[in-house]
Write a protein that binds this ligand. Structure first.
Ligand code: GUN
Length: 289
């Protein structure tokens, strides 16, 4: 059974080692990749994600700045800080942790980040570039899933991928990235009728719906690959995904666990994007010299 479990933690560790080597090469050329993360308010889940991003950056040798604002900050002040970071030569990546307080317009904030530093890949320019197959920062969670599947040498070409969930952060871009890999993509969401009939057609089932243990074995075709993006905290304090892991493990050929599945890969892809941004800066500098 354990060979069915895609160990995102182990794969992440391997990739982070490669990222660290790239950081060392950049440093030898005088470029220190820098990541700035803005955290507004005191949401415990957001704080925990941001702490994880900081720790992983520092382990990879990436310069990390955490900028914290109280819940009550006004939008203008936040936009001014982003503008300052857009011009800060020590910073190659800017990430504003979401969600933001209700009085702040998330779209304006995302659009104020320079696309050249948009390591989350959430800016409409980054999304447009992704959809048209241009070089850009890919959104970290969907990119992390594709990398996990490639690492396990799971064929994507011609496969039917069903994505449950249509968020801007995960579901929608995941479908686009699978399409780029020549998969046939179907989206399901909260208004989908006969969802089980559709998900049972999936060779690869991506679940990003935010409901604990929503997908049970009767949603899954025998031998399908199941990617669980959910992170839910149960009353016991334990984390669980959107997939009923023990039940689905019986029918899936591969499955990602929660924790230690997709989660660590999201952070790894963020580090990769930050290094990519620093490399782009380095190559544009060497072109002008
Ligand atoms: N909140 C939950 N996931 C993410 C993410 O990937 N990026 C940002 N900025 N906020 C998030």
């Amino acid at each position: 059974m354990t060979e069915k479990i895609i160990n995102g933690f182990e794969i992440s560790q391997k990739k982070r080692k490669q990222i660290k080597e790239k950081v060392e090469l950049l440093k030898a050329e005088g470029v220190i990749p820098g990541l700035a993360v803005i955290l507004v308010g005191n949401n415990p889940a957001s704080r925990s994600y941001v702490t994880g991003k900081g720790k992983a950056s520092q382990e990879a040798g990436i310069h990390f700045e955490l900028i914290e604002f109280p819940e009550t900050i006004d939008e203008q002040k936040l936009l001014q800080e982003i503008e300052r970071l857009n011009h800060d030569e020590n910073i190659h990546g800017i990430l504003v942790q979401l969600p933001l307080p209700k009085h702040i317009n998330e779209e304006s904030v995302i659009e104020s980040i320079s696309p050249e530093k948009d390591v989350d890949g959430f800016h409409p320019i980054s999304i447009g570039r992704m959809m048209t197959g241009q070089d850009t920062f890919l959104p970290c969670t969907p990119h992390g899933m594709i990398e996990l599947l490639k690492e396990k040498k799971i064929e994507l070409n011609g496969k039917h991928v069903v994505v449950i969930g249509r968020s801007n952060i995960v579901g929608k871009p995941a479908g686009q990235l699978f399409l780029k890999e020549n998969a046939t993509v179907t989206y399901c969401h909260s208004k989908t009728k006969n969802m089980k009939e559709i998900t049972k057609l999936a060779d690869i089932l991506v679940v990003a719906i935010g409901r604990p243990k929503f997908v049970t074995s009767d949603y899954v075709k025998e031998g399908a690959v199941v990617i669980d993006v959910g992170v839910n905290r149960l009353e016991t304090g334990k984390l669980c995904g959107d997939v009923d892991f023990d039940d689905v493990l019986k029918v899936a050929s591969y499955i990602t666990p929660v924790p230690k599945g997709v989660g660590p890969m999201t952070i790894t892809m963020l580090l990769e994007n930050t290094v990519l941004s620093a490399e782009w800066v380095r190559s544009s500098l060497s072109r002008t010299m």
